[in-house]
Design a protein around this ligand. Structure first.
Ligand code: F7E
Length: 316
């Protein structure tokens, strides 16, 4: 079981005192394990963040992605439907459901047009959450979360790939950072702020759906440029499309290259969220802005790389 990201919490806070935290084996593809856990734990709240969450990878394993991301949610909802306890259910819905439907700011009434197997599976799960809420009067909610990042982000997602690679380049452990679509625009927030929003959604008086976003959008290129600047690189871009290169003007070295391998068969070009409903009804707003987020991630990765001579190859 991979529990690297919660290991410190488990150890530091509870010193492996299993009376406080208990971990169960379960699988989104296995209803019997989900049923068993729910019956044993009788949870007040469930936050479903389980997924094959990499959009690029979902093109390579579409059936598996749809099973765990889409049907997995039905398995939980159906287990909760006839359960004696009124468990509140949070579904991690995603801005990927909007896909390429709009190049205007997106809110709770913007139509979905998912552009990946992952986006389709998330849209299915979103609608099933609503259906169970309305049909069975369940407290089931969707948080439609735009990209949220932190030093704990998986290394094959673009923000972390950039901060980790640039830190390695800075310390002489890697020569270049290879990327795909630099023009994609994302609304990137800080994961810690978004976790607070998830919790607030379930503390609300009524079950409802909310967009959680920063209301700002930036390109991948801009993220890379700003991360590089924090490490004293000064990126100048040359060329276009797959011939584009990022050169450090201090040394004249190419440190960023675009390669076709990292392009998706279909990409989402523009995501920008309007979280005014969450602000009004949950009193939620993001505390960490784009520049601060990049700084947090760059500093963390510089420390990581110094500590453990980080060796890494990127598949996505
Ligand atoms: O890509 C482009 C890529 O993989 C962002 C997941 O948490 O947020 C995330 O999905 C953009 C895309 O995240 C590389 O083509 C360029 O346009 O970091 P990402 P994502 O696809 O936006 C949503 C809200 C979720 O729900 C998902 O679970 O960056 N890009 N070059 C690249 N992306 C990657 N991974 N690697 C590259 O080399």
């Amino acid at each position: 079981m991979n529990r690297e990201r919660i290991e410190s919490l488990y150890y530091k806070t509870y010193n492996y005192n299993t009376e406080n935290i208990e971990i169960f084996y379960g699988d989104m593809g296995d209803s019997s394990s989900l049923n068993r856990i729910i019956r044993k734990c009788k949870p007040d709240e469930i936050y479903n963040l389980a997924a094959q969450s990499h959009v690029g990878v979902s093109f390579k394993i579409p059936e598996y992605t749809c099973d765990v991301v889409g049907l997995g949610v039905v398995r939980i909802l159906d287990a909760l439907k006839d359960f004696t306890i009124k468990t509140k259910f949070y579904q991690a819905s995603s801005s990927e459901m909007f896909g390429n439907s709009s190049n205007q700011i997106q809110n709770e009434v913007t139509p979905f047009l998912p552009s990946s197997p992952y986006g389709c599976a998330k849209a299915f799960a979103y609608y099933m959450t609503r259906v169970y809420r309305e049909a069975y009067n369940m407290f089931a909610c969707n948080g439609i979360l735009f990209n949220h990042e932190s030093p704990r982000r998986g290394e094959n997602f673009v923000t972390r790939k950039i901060t980790l690679s640039l830190a390695r380049i800075k310390l002489g452990l890697q020569e270049k950072l290879f990327l795909g679509n630099l023009d994609a625009k994302r609304d990137w927030g800080y994961a810690k702020d978004y976790v607070e929003a998830m919790w607030l959604i379930l503390q609300n008086d009524k079950a409802d759906d909310f967009v959680i976003a920063t209301n700002e959008t930036h390109t991948v290129r801009e993220f890379a440029e700003k991360a590089a600047k924090l490490l004293d690189f000064d990126i100048e871009w040359q060329g276009e499309g797959i011939n584009e290169k990022g050169i450090d003007s201090n040394t004249g070295k190419i440190i960023i290259e675009v390669i076709p391998k990292f392009y998706r068969p279909l990409d989402v070009n523009f995501l920008l969220g309007d979280s005014s409903k969450a602000k009004k009804e949950l009193n939620w707003h993001p505390k960490v802005n784009f520049n601060e987020l990049i700084e947090i991630m760059v500093n963390a990765d510089l420390e990581n790389v110094k500590k453990i001579n980080y060796m890494k190859s990127f598949n996505e």
